[in-house]
Design a protein around this ligand. Structure first.
Ligand code: FAD
Ligand code: SF4
Length: 488
């Protein structure tokens, strides 16, 4: 049965027909979209509490009524893991919240995570039929978070059913969203799955990159525990390619390997002064704060608490870094971005939250030099003013220098957040694995199989820096293809 046929069959269940008849579409579309309750910006910009508070039951029940339970739901095609969106929303409308959570988990190993960090405005919500009627889309992400949180807080978390164990051993390299999603799918199909993680914490960017004020670690841990309950094993502090080799994995009897090692290598601009003390990558800054408690003054290795902090870049990583700097006491926390706000890759919500928290946006500016004091510590930066030219290959308008227009500014810390590259360790340690000119692993687009027949790969190591849900979609796709290969 195709996914479309499956969705249709479930849509015809009597309870859903009854629910659809209970209200006219016009009444449903007339309900205004719910607003996410948030912490007060003056308070939250000085602490690590989660900013979005989540919907109340009443808010969720009302928002769920906005969904029209479309016969051909385009929102599902906009979701890389193809969650049965209308079904889970209709379960909420029926106040069957455990069934809503169960529906989410049929396709997603991390619903409470995705409900918080996925760019729904560019995916499922961007396809919602409400937009065609010039209305705001159904708040699919908020409802996803609500259903997952409700189940967790109720204390009766359902574990997805798994097939009988087939005893076949599968290894996963990396415990980010791609690795976790793959592990969950393979465990459901009865495989004996072990995830190897280089760091001491499981979760990849979900733990070391995204700060707790956006995604609390305990939320990630509950979803990881679910995988443990499904039989997935985790080995931390183990670098595949160093601690354990490709050959070792074979000797241990693994019949398939999924590489999900991410893109954790920070990019720099290679401009004068980038080696000064006080200039660091967003990866280092966020990892030290998120995983090593470097935001606490009593930490053995605290980060410098800058007062005038410039963060270079316009993506989610830049927003996370600048909002962290603000929470660590920066009086002047600035985003320096070479294009305009319209071209910023960060989620709209992150930009809004950063502004509310007092972050200063210096768009159409680009650093060209950092200047240090006599001790080699950053004290100033020179910014080139920019304007927008014609669109480039990405479709965004190209930033062009305004000749002679520069500005010098005092700073005591600079965080560089201009993108990441794949870590070259796995490609060099797995002989025969081919990589692109950007260092990403080359795969068959349909199966995500690499040039080594037993190795599949997905997530940022294949795409370069992308998103949580695309990484998870890759995990699902690779699991289906590896299962198919191992069966035949
Ligand atoms: P990762 O999450 O990077 O996980 C890879 C894991 O592999 C890591 O834990 C790493 O330690 C481990 N590893 C690497 N090499 C080895 C090895 N040799 N042996 C063992 N383990 C290894 N996306 C969104 O959708 N929404 C957001 O709001 C968002 N915000 C972000 C904020 C920040 C600060 C960053 C950095 C990224 C953000 N992203 C966001 C992007 C998203 O997090 C990534 O696209 C996603 O995590 C990629 O998943 P992955 O599983 O491929 O890799
Ligand atoms: Fe509901 Fe919008 Fe999906 Fe239609 S497109 S099923 S209204 S969420």
């Amino acid at each position: 049965m195709t996914n479309a046929e499956y969705l249709k069959a479930q849509r015809n269940e009597p309870w859903r027909e009854e629910l659809r008849k209970s209200m006219k579409n016009k009444e449903r579309t007339d309900i205004p979209r719910v607003k996410m309750p948030e912490l007060n910006p003056d308070i939250r910009s000085r602490n690590y509490e989660e900013v979005n508070l989540g919907l109340s039951l009443d808010q969720a029940l009302l928002e769920s009524k906005r969904c029209l339970d479309c016969p051909d739901p385009q929102c599902v095609t906009g979701c890389p893991v193809e969650i049965n969106i209308p079904k889970f929303i209709k379960c909420i409308e029926k106040n069957n919240l455990s069934e809503a959570a169960k529906t989410l988990k049929e396709n997603s190993a991390l619903p409470a995570v995705c409900g918080r960090v996925c760019p729904q405005e560019k995916q499922c919500e961007s396809k919602c039929i409400h937009l065609k009627m010039k209305k705001e889309p159904v708040a699919i992400g908020y409802l996803e978070r609500f259903a997952a949180d409700y189940e967790r807080e109720s204390g009766s978390v359902s574990v997805p059913e798994s097939a009988k164990s087939n005893g076949i051993k599968i290894a996963v390299v990396g415990s980010g969203p791609a690795g976790l999603s793959f592990a969950g799918e393979m465990a459901k199909s009865g495989y004996d799955v072990t995830v190897y993680e280089a760091l001491h914490e499981i979760g990849g960017v979900l733990k070391y990159g995204i700060p707790e004020f956006r995604l609390p670690n305990e939320i990630v841990d509950v979803e990881i525990d679910m995988l443990r309950k499904m039989g997935v094993k985790f080995i931390t502090n183990c670098i595949v390619g160093k601690t354990i080799s490709y050959e070792d994995l074979h000797q241990e009897g693994y019949k398939g390997i999924f590489v999900a090692s991410g893109a954790g290598l920070p990019n720099f601009m290679n401009i004068p002064g980038e080696n000064l003390s006080g200039v660091l990558s967003s990866n280092e800054y966020l990892t030290r704060v998120n995983l090593m408690a470097a935001n606490k003054k009593e930490s053995d290795t605290p980060v410098f608490f800058g007062k005038k902090v410039a963060v270079i870049g316009g993506g989610n990583t830049a927003m996370d870094s600048v909002r962290t700097a603000r929470r660590l006491g920066a009086e002047k926390a600035m985003i320096i971005y070479r294009r305009s706000e319209e071209e910023m890759p960060a989620r709209v919500e992150e930009i809004k939250h950063a502004k509310e928290e007092g972050v200063i946006f210096m768009n159409l500016h680009n650093p060209i030099q950092y200047i240090g004091d006599e001790k080699g510590r950053i004290k100033q930066m020179i910014l080139q003013k920019m304007e927008l030219g014609e669109p480039d290959a990405s479709g965004r308008r190209r930033p062009v220098e305004i000749r002679g227009a520069t500005e010098t500014m005092d700073v005591d810390m600079v965080v560089v957040a201009i993108g990441v590259s794949p870590n070259p360790l796995i490609p060099s340690a797995f002989e025969g694995l081919n990589v692109s000119k950007w260092g990403t692993i080359t795969v068959n687009q349909d199966t995500l199989q690499t040039d080594l027949p037993d190795v599949f790969a997905g997530g940022d190591i294949v795409r370069g820096g992308a998103t949580v849900i695309l990484a998870m979609g890759d995990g699902r796709k690779a699991a289906a293809a590896m299962h198919e290969k191992l069966l035949n």
